[in-house]
Design a protein. Structure first.
Length: 283
């Protein structure tokens, strides 16, 4: 009898607890249904940063232009042929346009603010920009035994720059303008001789040379970050090394033809255009 009462009480207790738990579960579900659902927020986008140090290599083509002007001063030439001779020598000035391979290495640093990228870059490059030239012999005037001829060369094997860069970044793409100081080792040399049929040795001989080392450079390019560290670029640069002058006095015999005491003046101007591609590694 006692066991039967105990088991009945136990069953009633379990039923009561089950009912309570069920009620709590339903109430909790209803409350959860009434609570506002928090909207999903995607993580903020991660933009590529151009800030940092980089080194790289480049290769391309260089196109130089040497513009030359020359004139002769003949204080003891007073014959009718003197103007023709002076004009011929002036017209014989050579303006070669050497072109060739250029390649080297560069290093720089970028600092990015929002979409603006400020940078400083320096590069040193080999350039194959040498050329020889010649002219003549050409008669000063028909029937006159005086003639002129000449040979010369221009050489240039170094192109280097120190440039600032200002660009706009479109995530991994950077478009930039650049400008600064340019360096070279260009040299222009020319030898002009004036001869006559009545004298074996030249009556006029002039050895002239000009050289320059510094100038300015401007340009622009596009660079793309293929990975976090590796970047590729294409670039155009225009370099202007200004003018250089030289004067040479007559080293010939100069006893005939009004060449005694004469001198020649030479002025040259050098510009170089470079189109190249490069690869950079960023740290």
């Amino acid at each position: 009898m006692l066991n039967e009462v105990f088991f009945r009480g136990l069953i009633v207790k379990k039923l009561w607890l089950t009912g309570v738990a069920f009620t709590v579960l339903i109430a909790g579900s209803a409350m959860a249904a009434d609570m506002p659902v928090k909207a999903y927020r995607a993580p903020p986008p991660v933009y590529f940063s151009w800030t940092g140090l980089y080194i790289g290599v480049n290769a391309g083509g260089a196109f130089a232009k040497v513009s030359a002007d020359q004139s002769i001063f003949q204080p003891q030439c007073d014959g009718p042929i003197c103007p023709e001779g002076a004009a011929l020598i002036a017209a014989s000035a050579q303006s070669p346009r050497p072109r060739g391979f250029t390649g080297g290495a560069q290093a720089g640093y970028n600092l990015q603010f929002n979409n603006w990228v400020f940078g400083l870059e320096t590069d040193v490059n080999y350039a194959s920009l040498g050329r020889s030239f010649g002219f003549g012999p050409v008669l000063v005037a028909p029937g006159f035994p005086k003639q002129t001829l000449g040979v010369g060369s221009t050489s240039e094997s170094l192109l280097a720059t120190v440039r600032g860069r200002l660009g706009v970044a479109f995530d991994r793409l950077l478009a930039y303008a650049t400008g600064g100081i340019a360096f070279t080792n260009e040299r222009y040399e020319e030898t002009i001789a004036v001869t006559t049929a009545i004298q074996a040795a030249p009556i006029g001989l002039f050895n002239l040379s000009t050289s320059r080392n510094t100038g300015w450079v401007v340009g622009g390019g596009v660079e793309y970050a293929a990975t976090t560290w590796w970047r590729v670029k294409v670039e155009y640069l225009h370099m202007d090394f200004g003018s250089a002058t030289a004067t040479a006095f007559n080293a010939g015999v100069g006893t005939t033809g009004g060449m005694t005491g004469s001198s020649m003046a030479l002025s040259t101007r050098l510009t170089v255009d470079v189109v190249r591609a490069g690869v950079n590694y960023a740290f």
